[in-house]
Design a protein. Sequence first.
Length: 117
Amino acid sequence: VQLQASGGGLVQAGGSLRLSCVASGRTFSRYFKGWLRQAPGKEREFVAGINWSGGSTSYADSVKGRFTISRDNAKNTVYLQMNSLKPEDTAVYYCVVGPTRGTYDYWGQGTLVTVSS
């Protein structure tokens, strides 16, 4: 089983990026999916999550109204649309899969997002 995250990069403040995470090796259509991030010198934090059907989403207060999580179960993929990016969004972003929020069985390798001021 592998989670392959992509879409990170360097962007100016106010810009947008879209992260994708494709799972291979098995399907996760009934699993919770989410994104966590870890900034330099800081602890890892929850960013956004989505339930198996896509009918329920959750966000960290710091990204509400700017980030949108979605999923395509047919493609075994979860996305994170990030708009109005701020320098404090700079971090390595990890996609995760598990039975519920906070319990993650699988992790992606991480994709670096750098937001310049």
